[in-house]
Design a protein around this ligand. Structure first.
Ligand SMILES: Nc1ncnc2c1ncn2[C@@H]1O[C@H](COP(=O)(O)OP(=O)(O)OP(=O)(O)O)[C@@H](O)[C@H]1O
Length: 916
């Protein structure tokens, strides 16, 4: 049996502890020692330009609106014709052309009422707000009953839940004001108001608390107290006014001359910082000069400032694309007071969405955060066409664009310069990331058409992190020992990263049982619980957060002193991102990795969960372009059903669809994702089930318009309805000429993406393995302390073209097993009811859940996860051979039977014919 090569590693607990404690601890009590001066950064491979003393004047930009932009006329998204039902939606519904009557009680009279209600006067037409935001949340499974107008939420809040998430972190006070992003100030000529919006809100809070005190029997406040409050408030107001005046002046100066001097004055006036950090000044100058820029700065280096400062200076809107809602909320909260911001996310309620839209149109928003999915929505893009000039699009976590990155997101694939230019007339793009290999950078810069000269890159490694690694056969025990020994024992804030959600719960419980205040954090928790954990951690009420990768992106707690990796990160990029949560205050911090080979095998197995066989790909393509999906019509694929049918994960389905849209030939145009099955209930007459895209096609209107109709009927009390079956929606533009070639190309591409993911994991494992076994412990490395050798390896990795490691970890994996073939045979025979593919069998042998073979059902099987240590392709090959053999046997049995049967059948016939 295979034994991991480092299982007998001599790195015992004792050495582990002594090694870790060899690094100097942080001082607990103030004053804390000054941070060690960071050593000069290693020379970047790419040019890091020194800040130019002066920069050319700003490139001509579209003129700033001198007054609030008037609300544009409503786009004709809701056609009056449609409203008066010329297409006879209801009549068609009644005729059952696109609808299944699920109840036999419906009568045509009910439809007459539907028709009448739809022939409403124009004044009762639904809002003129473009159907970029269909009234129902697109994927909402259930429609809430008609309500009175919901309470108005603050324009900067996403929803109460999301706001709670944002509240978890207190933004740093900007000198310009203390309200976070609640103060509005005209920087660009939009709405010349210098009002501090929430001063009123503050007063009312005070009044409320005073009223509460009074109600509770507290001593009433004297009139003098209240006067004192008013005076203090007036002073505060004046102070803010002065601060905002100085910011305005600084902005004007920069607009005239974006010199280093003027930008520093602005930095100081707006943020109170004395100087720019490395890369910031150069990036800002480049952007205000209208040049698209690729910015690679380490975690916590201050990338946000590089779009915030240009947003103050440039005349139009700054659009920030961000991958996570929580990240957007955090960033919105952290905008300085005088930069009014907003966000548009698919999880917003319709009211929140329309509110943001109104503020946007009124020119009250300077920085708008959006999710990449928004770019699917043509109507959303139309909002900006004529009325709202966009000066800058900043793409946060830009590595998500590249499928070769550690965190590829299909929705980012659509972010191309061509689209941004065509649809939004955007000339300047800023792409930001903390971690990207050369290959990833190239791909991002190609997609966004950023000239290679405009790359600003500093070292991706932070120098104030002490990095240590040790092998562990009992991670739980070793984690406890770490936490109870120096330097971790003295730390107030520690993050422990795990791979699996269940693991975080289990580990945090174990820590709590051992008197360490810990909480788990993962995306499976309710948002409010996640916010609570983040809040407790940020206010130092809990010492340890045990989290999955979900915790950390955008977490700006400056004094996290330690990060422990309980599980191996999936890539060096992830390792850097996660260790980067420590020491953001520049002080010495410690990061330790517990290395065990079992976790490596498990994660490596899981890396195979996205692969698709050529056979499944072909079938999926035939479904996309099936004959009933005619060119130009809206088509849909129910996510869950399709995923199960082809045994392809939903995210992979979306990746394939996106490729069909943005590849060399544009085959389809993706539409926003909607829930497409509508169950409509009339108040008296039963209910009907119908397909929204089909209705839209029949009526030749958009799906948004169908939703608007439904909502109008609902609000007039005629109907209620429920939506289900979230689906991918698209329009076919071009049918492939050669399905086989297209299928082969897509399969190959996905397989390359999978290999890249595995290479990244292998590189991470190789580095950790090298540290514990290969490192000679010279040049600064000793015991489990490996900062120099890890840094060196990381730099090598990021400077390579494809970011892969020389050390091929396949050598670590078992080549085969004598029992594999026999086990697969038994498995297939004992589950003869199931229709397996080789990949499906290999996944079960590796313990990987898939849509058609979920772990809920299959993990009980005796063979589940039995061969994780055998390379996945080998298991697949063995399964393929066995399935082929079985099929061969089946075919030969069939042939034999047919032969026998044929003889029996044909013999009399032959005889009779002969006889005839
Ligand atoms: N020039 C500066 N001087 C002092 N502090 C700064 C400067 N620039 C940014 N900061 C501070 O650095 C912290 C981190 O900034 P920011 O969140 O923008 O980092 P980031 O690069 O986006 O990190 P991550 O990649 O982890 O999200 C913030 O608290 C910010 O106020």
């Amino acid at each position: 049996m295979y034994s991991p090569p480092h299982a007998a590693d001599s790195d015992s607990e004792g050495s582990l502890l002594s090694d870790v404690s060899a690094s100097p601890p942080r001082r607990r009590s103030p004053p804390r020692p000054a941070p060690p001066p960071p050593p000069p950064p290693p020379p970047p491979k790419h040019r890091t330009r020194p800040a130019a003393p002066t920069k050319p004047k700003l490139k001509p930009t579209p003129p700033a609106a001198s007054a609030p932009a008037p609300a544009p006329p409503p786009p004709p998204t809701l056609r009056a014709a449609a409203l008066s039902d010329p297409h006879g939606l209801a009549a068609r519904i009644a005729a059952g052309s696109a609808l299944t009557a699920a109840s036999g009680t419906a009568s045509s009279s009910s439809f007459r009422r539907l028709v009448q209600s739809r022939r409403a006067p124009a004044s009762s037409a639904p809002s003129e707000v473009p159907s970029a935001a269909p009234r129902p949340p697109p994927t909402a499974a259930t429609d809430a009953p008609p309500q009175t107008r919901p309470k108005r939420v603050h324009p900067n809040s996403v929803s109460e839940v999301a706001a709670a998430s944002a509240a978890a972190e207190q933004p740093k006070r900007a000198r310009g004001g203390s309200e976070g992003n609640f103060v509005r100030l005209n920087i660009n000529g939009y709405g010349r108001r210098r009002t501090f919006k929430n001063s009123q809100a503050k007063r009312s809070t005070k009044c409320r608390s005073w009223r509460r005190q009074r109600a509770a029997g507290a001593t009433p406040r004297s009139q003098g107290d209240e006067e004192g409050d008013l005076v203090a408030e007036a002073l505060l107001e004046r102070e803010k006014q002065a601060a905002s005046d100085s910011v305005l002046e600084a902005v004007e100066s920069v607009r005239e001359d974006p010199s280093e001097q003027n930008l520093k004055s602005l930095l100081n006036a707006a943020y109170g910082h004395d100087s720019f950090r490395q890369g910031q000044l150069e990036a800002i100058q480049q952007i205000v000069a209208g040049e698209s820029t690729m910015l690679v700065l380490p975690t916590g280096a201050g990338k946000s400032l590089c779009y915030q400062v240009p947003a103050m200076i440039l005349p139009g809107l700054t659009l920030v694309v961000s991958p996570l809602l929580s990240l957007m909320v955090d960033q919105l909260r952290k905008l300085p007071a005088f930069l009014p911001g907003g966000l548009l996310a698919s999880s917003q309620t319709s009211d929140e969405f329309h509110d943001t839209l109104q503020r946007l149109r009124a020119g009250e928003i300077k920085v708008l955060f959006v999710s990449p999915e928004r770019f699917l929505n043509e109507e959303f893009l139309l909002i900006f066409r004529d009325t709202l000039p966009i000066s800058l699009v900043a793409i946060d976590e830009a590595h998500c664009i590249s499928e070769w990155s550690h965190n590829f997101r299909p929705s980012y694939l659509r972010l191309r310069a061509s689209l941004l230019r065509r649809k939004l007339n955007v000339q300047c793009i800023l792409a930001m990331t903390a971690t990207a290999t050369t290959q990833t950078l190239e791909e991002i810069m190609n997609a966004l058409e950023i000239p290679s000269d405009n790359l600003i890159q500093t070292s991706q490694i932070r120098e104030n992190l002490q990095l240590s690694i040790s092998t562990s056969d009992n991670r739980l025990k070793d984690l406890m020992l770490l936490l109870k020994s120096p330097p971790f024992v003295d730390m107030r804030s520690i993050i422990v990263y795990c791979k699996f959600q269940a693991e975080t719960d289990f580990v945090s419980k174990y820590l709590c049982d051992n008197n360490i205040t810990a909480k788990s954090y993962h995306s499976g928790l309710l948002i409010k619980n996640r916010s609570r954990v983040q809040e407790l951690f940020c206010s130092n009420k809990i010492r340890v957060v045990v989290a999955t990768v979900a915790f950390g992106m955008g977490l700006d707690k400056s004094d996290v002193e330690g990060v422990i990796h309980y599980s191996l990160p999936e890539s060096l990029e992830e390792y850097i991102q996660e260790t980067g949560r420590a020491g953001r205050d520049g002080r010495l911090s410690h990061c330790h990795l517990l290395l065990d080979s079992a976790t490596f095998y498990k994660i490596r197995s899981l890396s195979h969960s996205d692969g698709v066989d050529g056979y499944a790909m072909s079938k999926f393509l035939y479904q996309i372009f099936s004959s009933e999906n005619t060119t130009g019509c809206i088509c849909s694929l129910a996510k869950e059903l399709t995923s199960r049918k082809f045994d392809i994960k939903e995210e992979v389905l979306l990746t394939i669809l996106t490729q069909l849209e943005i590849g060399d030939q544009q085959y389809i145009r993706l539409l926003p994702q909607f829930s497409v099955t509508c169950t409509l209930s009339e108040m008296k007459d039963g209910h009907y089930v119908f397909d929204i895209p089909r209705i839209a096609n029949d009526l030749k209107i958009t799906m948004n318009e169908v939703f608007d109709h439904l909502h109008k009927l609902k609000f007039s009390g005629e109907i209620s309805f429920e939506l289900k079956d979230p689906a991918y929606c698209y329009v076919i533009l071009w049918r492939p000429d050669d399905f086989n070639a297209l299928s082969a190309n897509l399969t190959k591409w996905l397989s390359e993406v999978e290999s890249s993911k595995i290479s990244k994991l292998d590189a991470m494992f190789a580095l950790a393995n090298f540290a514990v076994k290969g490192c000679k412990r010279t040049g600064g490395c000793s015991g489990s302390q490996h900062t120099p050798c890890i840094q060196k390896k990381i730099m090598e990795y990021f400077s390579k073209d494809d970011g892969t490691s020389e050390n091929d970890c396949r050598t670590q994996l078992q080549k085969s097993s004598p029992f594999l073939q026999a086990d697969i045979k038994v498995f297939i025979q004992s589950n003869s009811f199931a229709k397996f593919t080789p990949r499906a069998v290999a996944r079960i042998m590796h313990g990987i859940s898939s849509p058609a073979f979920p772990s809920v059902t299959w993990s009980k099987n005796h063979f589940w996860g039995r061969y994780v240590e055998v390379d996945f392709p080998l298991v697949m090959e063995a399964a393929k051979a066995e399935l082929a053999r079985k099929e061969g046997v089946a075919v030969s049995i069939l042939l034999q039977r047919k032969l026998l049967l044929g003889m029996r059948v044909s013999t009399p016939g032959t005889l009779s014919r002969r006889a005839g």
